[in-house]
Design a protein around this ligand. Sequence first.
Ligand SMILES: Cc1cc2nc3c(=O)[nH]c(=O)nc-3n(C[C@H](O)[C@H](O)[C@H](O)COP(=O)(O)OP(=O)(O)OC[C@H]3O[C@@H](n4cnc5c(N)ncnc54)[C@H](O)[C@@H]3O)c2cc1C
Length: 420
Amino acid sequence: MKKHYQILVIGGGTGGIMTAAQLMKKNKKLDIGLVEPADTHYYQPAWTLVGAGTYDYEKTARPMASLIPKGVDWVKDYATALKPEKNVVSTKSSGDISYDYLVLSPGLVNDTSLIEGLTEAIDKGVVCSNYTDPEHTWKVLQNFKGGNALFTQPSTPIKCGGAPQKIAYLAADYFRKKGILKDSNVIFATPGTVIFGVQQIKETLLKVIDRYGMHFRPYYAPFKIDAENQIAYFKYTAPADKRVPIQEGNKIGETIDEKDVISIPFDMLHLAPPQTAPKFVKDSVLVNEAGWVEVDHHSLQHVAFANVFSLGDVTALPTAKTGAAIRKQVPIVVDNLLSLIKQEAVKNHSYNGYSSCPLVTGYGKMVLAEFDYKNNFTPDPKLKQMLIFDSSKEHWRLWILKKYMLPYLYWNKMMKGKNV
Ligand SMILES: Cc1cc2nc3c(=O)[nH]c(=O)nc-3n(C[C@H](O)[C@H](O)[C@H](O)COP(=O)(O)OP(=O)(O)OC[C@H]3O[C@@H](n4cnc5c(N)ncnc54)[C@H](O)[C@@H]3O)c2cc1C
């Protein structure tokens, strides 16, 4: 077993595989090790569709071995500690591995302990999450007979910030088709202040919410789930000028107490669990106060250790954590790494915070939010070739993109190191 690599990549998810594959495409002689414990790699974006019963879970999984690029050494192990001052990563069973350059992309972890009662409740009975078991979500939707269908998300950053509301729209559409929407209160409660940060997308989504008769509740920060009595508790964080009074005896059964604690009874609950960087990352010197890896926002080079790069969900980049963002981050990391190897300065500072969120708003309908650090709407000009001229509006062609084209591009282009 080798104890040193020129480039050590941590994580065989979207960011790790794509980076290793692009590096090998540029130079087959590179000496790359990739530390990844899992046997299976998942295409997580399709879990939203799995949860709505319109995509096969098995199709979201592929053996990790089939994705590790040829010529890259798979170190099938967990990274357990990062020691950048010594250029070393410790692992669970392969000991210490040293490197010349490090690429960190181990994603993030769900931490259900941050919401009281969630660890016991999640993925059981009427409590579900596309983040942990999308097949259970689909069972819960099918079993729902009317009443309160509650959708929420935590106060921590999460991957694909739009996913908690996508499943709410799909559920509302499913209840409509089943004829039970009129007997249901579909509630989307979020700690966020708006439905979406990009103005054009926000306008469309507010119309979608109206169409389904959904109840949108901003400034709701969930902190406790009582699964036995089927009640979710939120801290109401709205500033004085944004507060909306809660009427006694309202049809949702929502209450508020003198400490601004809101309770909502539910007949089903979907939520994104709280999410953090993995422990070995949080415990390292590479993170900011919130525990995310601190890299330059434009070059993705670590702010203190020049031979360390990081991308994907684990970073502290102030943009949405998505695979789409990684698609734009990888070529920059690859460029800059190759410059460093040639003893040149890091030249590529072009990452502008691009991220994208395919917001499915019903079966056969989607809006594509593409944006940058400043929340400017930045639609891909290539969409015109698909006859999509305004991706901020619902379109069936965008649904085709989500359900068929993006998975194809992921497995056949992104994972193979081809630029898309
Ligand atoms: C429900 C849902 C819907 C989503 N929808 C979309 C969408 O529509 N569009 C979109 O672009 N993105 C979407 N995403 C987000 C997207 O999947 C992630 O942003 C992306 O996969 C992040 O890539 P990553 O490489 O940072 O992490 P991941 O792909 O999660 O990979 C991390 C890898 O690191 C490995 N790892 C973890 N710990 C260690 C360790 N100690 N040592 C070594 N390896 C380790 C893991 O096993 C894993 O293989 C969605 C995600 C979810 C859950």
